[in-house]
Design a protein around this ligand. Sequence first.
Ligand SMILES: *[C@@H]1O[C@H](CO)[C@@H](O)[C@H](O)[C@H]1NC(C)=O
Length: 274
Amino acid sequence: MNFHLLLIQLIALCICSCIPKTECLTGNNVQYVKSKDLNFVAALAYVDKYKIRVFNVFCSGVLINEQHVITNEHCIRYKKPEDAVAYLGSFDLNEAQEFKICDWISYTDWLGTKVSEPKSLEFDDIAIIQLCDSVDTKIISPAKPLWTTYNYLQEKTGVTMAGWGLVEHDFASQYMRKATLNVVDQSRCEQQTQMRSIAVGRYFCTKVKPYVVGSGGDSGGPLLIGKNDLVGITAMRHTEHKKFSTTVNLHANLTYYKEFIQDYTNDYYSVLIQ
Ligand SMILES: *[C@@H]1O[C@H](CO)[C@@H](O)[C@H](O)[C@H]1NC(C)=O
């Protein structure tokens, strides 16, 4: 083959595969996870019916005790628990353990059991998954919910986001990725996302330069302070967020959902950090 033609083809190939797709945790600040530190980050996938080890990941999640994984409500909507599994325990899906899912509940459904006219509607995007079997927490140590105030989170730097974002052609990444970002001042977050007043308090934003933005498979993944203090759940579904998706990430404010999480997981021991 003509050498020049080959070169042109090579360049074209490179350009096509180097353009970042918006569906993955992408940007210069993104790194592949290489240690066990984030073993509590779950990849939620459709059951591998034909046992061909094809990981059909649709969202991420976070293990918060031996049996519960937090994720987004939109990740479980229109699905059945028996059609999904959670992979936990490794940054490499091939090495991760597969856990069956027995039950799940969205915040909206939980609220429906508490009040006759739930006011949650489309602004809440959080759900809890119950695994059928307990995880050995000596091997996979769960993340710890950290209940925080607005002041505590405001302009916090060096927070970690992680997930199984989708890579090119809609195949899930076999490897977990993470990024370090900063929490955006709440008024700027509201302005940039055009957040409606009803959603305020439920979300906060993160940002970094050069930008990192997740979506798709990163939904439901953790936002962490330090190694394993969980303060937020990556929530990409928010429509107001779309046109700013190249700059900020939205996270569900875990503390806003404290009652729901404690009620469903029977955890009443954690304290509020001011
Ligand atoms: C998160 O929710 C808690 C409880 O409603 C609230 O005190 C806190 O200020 C909220 N955080 C943000 C960043 O809005």
